[in-house]
Design a protein around this ligand. Structure first.
Ligand SMILES: Nc1nc2c(ncn2[C@@H]2O[C@H](COP(=O)(O)OP(=O)(O)OP(=O)(O)O)[C@@H](O)[C@H]2O)c(=O)[nH]1
Ligand SMILES: [Mg+2]
Length: 345
């Protein structure tokens, strides 16, 4: 799963990326314009923490997201190349500048939010126009034509496609176009260091709400400083800012939620682990994520909810208390299920 950090030049994308991944990347307007940064980030998960506490396993494995910090392009706004790279991503996080730039100019979050929205709307219109012209000419697919005309109307009224209600069949019909305004989007308001923990400006909250977008507030600079400390110092520093945890954790969890995955858990003395799954994944297919042999030889899944396992303290105690369910091949894995697969070899 790949999530892109997008936004206007200088909004703080590379700084956020550095804070997320702990990688040192070039920041500032002088940075390289032709190369995207890629890095994987662990998704913090209290469920995995709780299981690891219980089992003290040799290895603890969290879900991961690949973040990419897109090259800024050369112009003032977003260039073609940047918009095109955005099409290959599963979701977008827009970094919005609310801190004063090096020249001292205050941020203008609303302008940045609207500008990216408009640029992506225009890019989608361009794709739709070409396709509509073709469909009108060869009359090959009236159903698709009708849908695209409807979407074109929405875009021309400056509405993102994620605000349009679409059936599953309609989503399926247009999936191949990778419309930018249909991709899940999270706003990341990058505030000045002194504003950490303060109230978020009401107009930004309203803009996010109006568009149905998530909003995370952080200071990329502060998060970068935190990321560069070792773990013990990190906690102290975070506490001194009056925070419970780095904003980075909130951000990564929100980004993970954006791609609408659920988490299956496995636990034992060797490893406690989170497995990201698409909603609606049946047990054998989930088993296949662990190993294709387990999917092939699938007999049953023994399932305990993570809360029960933590509360009762062991699989055996859960079994005695009737908290362990035995599920067959049609079972759909639920978020937070701790699963032990039984299989033939
Ligand atoms: N004070 C302050 N400065 C920041 C913050 N985040 C980024 N900056 C500075 O703003 C400038 C631009 O940050 P970058 O992270 O390079 O922004 P970018 O979006 O990657 O920029 P391009 O790749 O050129 O589009 C750099 O000089 C950063 O040090 C912040 O939270 N506070
Ligand atoms: Mg950059």
């Amino acid at each position: 799963m790949k999530i892109g950090l997008v936004g206007l030049p200088g909004s703080g994308k590379s700084t956020v990326f550095g804070a997320l991944t702990g990688l040192v990347v070039e920041t500032g307007f002088g940075g390289r314009k032709d190369k995207a940064n890629l890095g994987s980030v662990k998704v913090p998960d209290v469920r995995v923490d709780a299981l690891a506490k219980l089992y003290d396993p040799k290895k603890t494995t969290y879900a991961e997201i690949i973040f990419t910090d897109l090259a800024a392009g050369t112009g003032e706004g977003l260039d073609r190349g940047v918009l095109n790279s955005m099409r290959n991503l599963d979701a977008l996080c827009q970094v919005v500048r609310a801190f004063p730039d090096t020249a001292g100019a205050a941020g203008d979050p609303l302008r940045e939010i609207t500008e990216l929205e408009l640029e992506t709307i225009l890019a989608d219109i361009e794709i739709i126009e070409q396709r509509v012209a073709r469909l009108r000419k060869d009359r090959s697919d009236p159903r698709e034509l009708k849908l695209l005309e409807r979407l074109q109307g929405e875009l021309e009224a400056e509405r993102s496609l994620r605000r349009v209600e679409l059936s599953d069949a309609e989503h399926h019909l247009i999936a191949g176009y990778a419309f930018l305004t249909l991709k899940p989007l999270l706003l990341v308001l990058n505030v000045p260091e002194d504003d950490v923990g303060k109230d978020v400006p009401g107009d930004v909250v309203a803009a996010a709400k109006e568009r149905g977008l998530g909003l995370v507030v952080l200071s990329a600079q502060v998060e970068m400083d935190i990321a560069q400390l070792d773990e013990a110092d990190q906690q102290e520093f975070v506490a001194s800012l009056g925070l419970e945890e780095p904003a980075k954790n909130r951000f990564v969890r929100a980004a993970f939620d954006l791609i609408q995955l659920i988490t299956m858990l496995t636990s034992g003395p060797d490893e406690c682990r989170a497995w990201p799954l698409a909603r609606g994944t049946p047990a054998p297919k989930a088993a296949g994520k662990i190993h294709s042999d387990i999917e092939r030889g699938f007999i049953r899944a023994e399932v305990i909810s993570w809360q029960d396992l933590v509360e009762f303290g062991s699989e055996a105690k859960c079994r005695d208390a009737g908290k362990l369910r035995v599920e067959g091949k049609d079972y759909i894995i639920q978020d937070g299920d701790v699963v032990n697969f039984r299989f033939n070899v």
